[in-house]
Design a protein around this ligand. Structure first.
Ligand code: AMP
Ligand code: ZN
Ligand code: FE
Ligand code: FE
Length: 274
């Protein structure tokens, strides 16, 4: 049984529609795929229809943009009530924060002599719940300014670079509490990628486990063999579920193919109480 619990459609910053993503998941030989768009559940309905048609299990999920001690941490949530009021309100704040900083980002780029407009970016986020930095990166590619998203982040968009503008993110323990209150399960996404290893120490993960965290995404392309061994040990010691996933984004992230990392069936059943 092949299980991939972390993918993105064009409802956030992936490039496939939810329907196409699910079709590709089936074609890649997956038995279970979770759709985990950033801060949005908008893709679930379309994905459900296709999953039924092609015969694959779709897990409803999300990847929430949170902060811990000022650092960005991504939280995966699964099988929660998408109408839970407090959770919906918190997701709205993240989405609004992402949308409302776009003008400032574009002003910074224009100040650097780059002729980029809102329309250029919206052309790349037409189906998305919010317009984020990956869409700005895509517009910069279209304009011939950079060759890929990585170069756009490295030169302009990541913290410390000239077009970076901060936005709202949910407090991590609060976000865990909200997903749990909505009846869902929580997993730290790629816990040791991009600087989050500085805040997600073993002790910190232990404290989060006491606050209701269910699992760690150990097997992810951002983690090398040593990180996977250490995180796997932490998961075992703390009784957390160990997941593995692709973090597929279509053409938005190269070398993250569907099923590129997978979750052990026993861990999947434990996570979702099957
Ligand atoms: P935003 O929510 O608009 O701040 O954009 C955050 C998204 O950009 C994340 O979900 C990542 O998928 C992507 N991202 C963040 N940092 C980088 C990076 N250094 N290179 C490529 N993509 C990144
Ligand atoms: Zn993403
Ligand atoms: Fe992420
Ligand atoms: Fe992701």
């Amino acid at each position: 049984m092949k299980i991939d619990l972390h993918t993105h459609s064009d409802r956030s910053d992936g490039t496939d529609s939810p329907a196409v993503l699910v079709e590709k998941a089936k074609a890649a030989g997956l038995d279970v795929v979770a759709l985990t768009d950033h801060d949005s559940t908008e893709g679930w309905r379309e994905a459900d229809k296709t999953a039924k048609r092609v015969g694959i299990t779709l897990v409803h999920g999300i990847e929430i943009s949170t902060k811990l001690d000022g650092r960005s941490v991504h939280l995966l949530g699964y099988r929660f009530d998408p109408r839970h009021r407090a959770l919906v309100a918190e997701l709205r704040k993240v989405i609004d924060g992402r949308n409302s900083r776009l003008p400032a980002t574009l002003e910074r780029l224009q100040g650097l002599g780059i002729d980029i407009t809102t329309q250029d970016v919206r052309a790349r986020s037409a189906n998305a719940a919010a317009t984020g930095r990956p869409h700005v990166a895509d517009a910069l590619i279209d304009l011939g300014v950079v060759k890929d998203r990585t170069e756009a982040f490295d030169r302009y968009l990541k913290p410390g670079r000239p077009a970076y503008v901060d936005r709202y993110a949910a407090d991590l323990p609060t976000a865990i509490g909200l997903v749990k209150a909505a009846g869902g399960k929580t997993v730290l996404a790629h816990p040791w990628s991009r600087g989050s290893h500085r805040v997600l120490t073993r002790d910190r993960i232990g404290a989060l486990a006491e606050q209701g965290l269910d699992g760690l995404e150990v097997d992810h392309n951002d983690h090398g063999a040593e990180d996977r061994a250490a995180l796997g040990q932490i998961a075992r010691d703390l009784g957390l579920v160990r997941t593995g996933s692709s973090d597929y984004h279509g053409l938005g992230k190269i070398d993250f193919p569907l099923g590129g990392n997978t979750t052990d069936p026993a861990q999947y059943r434990r996570l979702l109480d099957l």
